[in-house]
Design a binder for this molecule. Sequence first.
Ligand SMILES: Cc1ncc(COP(=O)(O)O)c(C=O)c1O
Length: 449
Amino acid sequence: MSAHASRILHRSLRETPPKAVAGEGVWLISEDGHKVIDASGGAAVSCLGHQHPRVLDAIAKQASKLAFAHTAFFSSEPAEALADQLVGHEPGGLAYVYFVSGGSEAVEASIKLARQYFVERGERQRRHFIARRQSYHGNTLGALAAGGNAWRREPYAPLLSSSFNHVTPAFAYREKREDETDAAFVARLAGELEAEFQRLGPDTVAAFIAEPVVGATAGCVPAPEGYFRAVRDVCDRHGALLILDEVMCGMGRTGTLHAWEQEGISPDIQSIAKGLGGGYQPIGAALVQGKIVDTIRDGSGAFLHGHTYLGHPLACAAALEVQHIIRDENLLDKVKERGKQLEQRLTERFGNHRHVGNIRGRGLFQAIELVEDRTTRKPFDRVHKLHQKIKAAAFKGGLACYPAGGTMDGQSGDHVMLAPPYISTPDDIDMIVERLGTAVDSALRSINQ
Ligand SMILES: Cc1ncc(COP(=O)(O)O)c(C=O)c1O
């Protein structure tokens, strides 16, 4: 083993990332003292920034009382309190919560809940799920099968269930025709979803699953006005469920606690994770409509699922405090204000940039999409790995952002996502955009030479 090698399977097996040794608010510090502004909260995780004293205190207090009790024997105070906080007021009819340890587990639980609901109703034929191309729902095999991102699926394709089918995403920049209005685009997508129900057999579909604002795979893509009302109608018409994956875009990231609040609909099941615990503990959850839980309670009486760390007391205590801070510090208002500022600054810096084709997002969840040619929207050749070059240049310049490739079709295209902490100041937002501008231009220079 070389002096620099590590025994960990890091994300790249060719290089070991620097060790992060400290955090403070929006800043992360590595062992060599390099200070980086965390403009993406990792992958839209650290909504309160780092080392928030109230959350650290809540974890310590809970650890001193009880660190773990298995859910086959006990419930716990923090899990019950967090459930009351999340669904006590039954937002959009979501009345129950199932606590897991992350986003993929939340999606797996959501899919299995939908399936078991129909089994208990005597509708065993409902075995199909419809999702969208260019979506991401997680990396476990069920969640990966639901996702529609080509390069992530490709090596595992033989292991992925054929119960998952994919339709066109509501990705206006890439999918809307030049002569099409938003309303016509929405009608076309709703028509395609209806046709997919008909192709599969409408009474064989259990659920449609979608991210209200698409995250990692397409870069902060909200749907056009009316899209979610239209797909909700299609699901209702055929008695299928609507699962919304808010693992990345939920828990305040877009300016409302739930992204669906801005769509005029609510889901039957919702997956949440990242902003739930803000990275202070690994936690995710499925939020569920009462009718689904009642059906299972009146049927077999138990959700046939489970993991060892369901409802972990330390994770629930941390998430409860994160949610209290969001409430106490009116952080949703901050997300709206700073989100507007971020969008404005991005527009000023990149609106006329010849290699930025689109700026999009909601709240503190904004992205730029890079193109070789703005007129044709042609992406850069993948061999350049532009997104990786931007990430490296940004990091060197003291900025952690979230660039990714495959934006257009799961293979080609580059975007950069920003998801700054909700506690970011106006100066932080200015600094983020300035540093991103420098990084983008430096990466482009390196490939244009
Ligand atoms: C929309 C969405 N769903 C699911 C997941 C999977 O979450 P996790 O990485 O916590 O398993 C992610 C992660 O990025 C995500 O963005």
